[in-house]
Design a protein around this ligand. Structure first.
Ligand code: SF4
Ligand code: SF4
Length: 158
């Protein structure tokens, strides 16, 4: 099980990210791109959907406007029906699994889905060392992120 695997590796990964933050390799952005693409080539998100089932995204104002328009709703109506404000003052889903996730693991609002959904698990973003805390959480949710971090540890020797 992924949460257990991630837990077993947590300390090792935490130490790794500490070093990464202090001394990020020059080619880190390129390496992340490569590892991200390789991992997602081997991953079928439709067989997983664990991110949609267990966490769900935060919704920016732009996301809310775009998705509300898609449903021909007013942004405030959309907020009232689907969202709540979390402890960080962000709009998030009222319930998980995500309301927009189908039984077949397809996203029913795929074309207009939140930015956070498009970018999850953020393993191809620039300056990856800056989101270590988030990544340490995501490796327990996302098998691709877990594999990417394990591959990083093999490729970057401190
Ligand atoms: S948790 Fe990761 S592997 Fe699973 S569906 Fe989400 S992005 Fe894809
Ligand atoms: S909006 Fe779509 S991609 Fe985002 S969490 Fe919901 S089902 Fe998943």
């Amino acid at each position: 099980m992924l949460p257990k695997l991630a837990k077993d590796k947590h300390k090792e990964s935490k130490d790794f990210f500490k070093k990464l933050k202090k001394k990020p390799p020059k080619q880190l952005d390129y390496l992340m791109q490569e590892l991200h693409e390789a991992a997602f080539k081997e991953t079928n998100c439709l067989e997983c959907a664990n991110c949609c089932k267990t966490t769900g995204p935060l919704f920016t104002d732009k996301d809310i406007q775009r998705i509300a328009k898609h449903f021909k709703m007013k942004p405030q109506q959309f907020i009232n029906q689907f969202l709540r404000v979390d402890e960080d003052n962000d709009y998030v889903l009222q319930t998980v699994p995500c309301t927009f996730l189908g039984a077949d693991n397809f996203c029913s609002i795929y074309e207009v889905r939140p930015k956070a959904c498009r970018e999850f698990p953020h393993t191809d973003r620039k300056k990856f060392q800056q989101i270590s805390n988030l990544t340490l959480k995501n490796v327990a949710i996302c098998p691709a992120a877990f594999n990417i971090v394990e591959a990083m540890k093999k490729r970057i020797n401190f």
